[in-house]
Design a protein around this ligand. Structure first.
Ligand code: TYC
Length: 101
């Protein structure tokens, strides 16, 4: 019989926190043309035309729509790009960010 003993190494608990994510939200308004919103969604958020149309229509009907979820920095950058595209064209198009629960 062997007298070897197997000692279990105490292992440090590894914290596995989910990285925090931020939603980019598109807000409806009464002035920005629908086609312009679709173009911004395709250009800034790399959506297909039918994806962009769906998001635009949801915002139009319900007041707001979650566009996508990113890390904080990327969400803020995309949000700023979308707002800037509207501003440059003279429309009140508005995106905002919100931390995901
Ligand atoms: N409500 C706008 C219109 O009727 C279109 C629109 C949709 C504007 C979604 C913004 O986030 C928006 N021209």
């Amino acid at each position: 019989m062997s007298d070897t003993t197997t000692a279990l190494k105490p292992r440090a608990k590894v914290a596995t926190e989910r990285p925090k994510l931020w939603k980019v939200i598109l807000l409806n308004d009464d002035f920005t043309p629908r086609e312009f919103v679709v173009g911004v969604l395709m250009g800034v958020f790399r959506m297909t035309e039918s994806e962009a149309l769906g998001v635009m229509l949801t915002a139009h009907r319900r007041g707001a729509c979650v566009v996508a979820v990113f890390t904080k920095e990327v969400a803020e950058e995309k949000c700023a790009q979308g707002n800037e595209a509207g501003r440059q064209a003279g429309y009140p198009l508005a995106f905002t960010t919100e931390r995901e629960e």
